[in-house]
Ligand binder design. Structure first.
Ligand SMILES: *Cc1c(COP(=O)(O)O)cnc(C)c1O
Length: 360
């Protein structure tokens, strides 16, 4: 078996222990005589799986009792619509546009009401996080929206925006469980799990209970109403059952690593190895303003498209895969999520040093 170091932005690397465990349980989950894939989502056995996953997530993130945890489908992109449909009581919301995902959410919200762009970093190819300490947020905005970690551009909000008393909604797809968060600072936290938690097909929504309402926008599909999902504990219809089971295993793995404080330390250590190298390299350059750098997604370039392509090709041959940058940025991007071992980052930097000396 030859496992590679997988720097994919998503679907992305998962802890090997988790994959091994899932493999061991594939044919017979804990004496049930069947795989979790084959099991009724109404069975006692499955009920334990989803309840335990929620309990472990609550523990990891220290989620207060007045927040609901929902395991849904449709990916993060479906939430671009679900958020305004459920929360736009005044049909107005403020959007901070720091990348392609935030922009898509902003555009989708325009279908349902007035989405006001209160800040943007598009003027410099989304390479920084704008100053969000005193934004012109409309008084009657229903919420302020951010994409907290910009997967494509490699920026991260180090401090949350001043929402001037409005509820904050955050897409955390690519920084989910990468460090501790104060859940009480948000109205809604959501993310697709395929970046940092589990297999594609699950999106987790953490929502304060008073935001779960019956008076959603007219025409909101039953399935997209948070109330439908909350009242049914995520079992209104068949949930992405196997995906949730894997997420549950990753939560247990994170607890074993020491929880989010410990994971944050490790993530900082990993990112530092790579950023320190980028800062001293004469060939490779990071593309993001230093103070806004993401711990999870690290884009970099050589300045020559030809060399970039050569690098990606040779890295792949050396077992360092999925380093090609997003098509909208070019260059390279190393996604170094929770499950990327520190050895993977060290190997990458060693390889970059070697490539630099050979191509000077
Ligand atoms: C990947 C990603 C999305 C899109 O997720 P889907 O589950 O494919 O819809 C949205 N937001 C962010 C921040 C992402 O990284």
């Amino acid at each position: 078996m030859a496992r590679v170091y997988n720097f994919s932005a998503g679907p992305a690397v998962l802890p090997e222990e988790v994959l091994q465990e899932a493999a061991d349980e594939m044919l017979d989950y804990q004496g049930s005589g069947m795989s979790v894939m084959e099991m009724s989502h109404r069975s006692k056995t499955y009920d334990n799986i989803i309840k335990e996953a929620e309990k472990d997530l609550r523990e990891l993130m220290n989620i207060p009792d007045n927040y609901k945890v929902l395991f849904l489908q449709g990916g993060a992109s479906q939430q671009f619509a679900a958020v305004p449909m459920n929360l736009m009581k005044n049909r107005k919301a403020a959007y901070i546009v720091t990348g392609q995902w935030a922009k898509k959410a902003y555009q989708e919200a325009q279908l349902y009401g007035e989405a006001v762009k209160v800040a943007s970093s598009e003027d410099q190819t989304f390479s920084y996080i704008p100053d969000c300490s005193d934004l012109p947020i409309p008084e009657d905005a229903d919420y302020v929206y951010i994409c907290e970690n910009n997967t494509i551009y490699g920026t991260k909000f180090r401090t949350l925006p001043n929402t001037k008393g409005h509820d904050l909604v955050a897409d955390v797809s690519s920084c989910f469980l990468s460090e501790p968060v104060d859940v009480t600072k948000y109205g809604v936290i959501y993310g697709g799990v395929q970046k940092n938690i589990g297999p594609a097909g699950v999106v987790i929504v953490i929502i304060r209970e008073d935001l779960i309402r019956d008076d959603v926008l007219p025409g909101t599909p039953t399935m997209l109403k948070y109330k439908t999902q909350a009242d049914a504990d995520s079992l209104y219809n068949t949930p992405p059952a196997y995906g949730i089971y894997i997420c549950g295993k990753v939560f247990k793995w994170l607890k074993k690593q020491g929880g989010l404080e410990a994971i944050k330390k490790r993530n900082e250590e990993k990112a530092k190895i790579l950023y320190d190298f980028l800062d001293r390299s004469k060939l490779f350059k990071g593309t993001v303003r230093k103070e806004d750098r993401s711990l999870m997604n690290v884009p970099f370039v050589t300045g020559s498209e030809e060399l970039d392509a050569k690098f990606v090709k040779e890295a792949t041959a050396a077992g360092l895969v999925s380093l090609k940058g997003h098509r909208s940025v070019g260059g390279m991007r190393a996604s170094i999520y929770n499950a990327m071992p520190i050895e993977g980052v060290k190997k990458l930097v060693e390889f970059m040093e070697k490539f630099e000396s050979e191509n000077a």
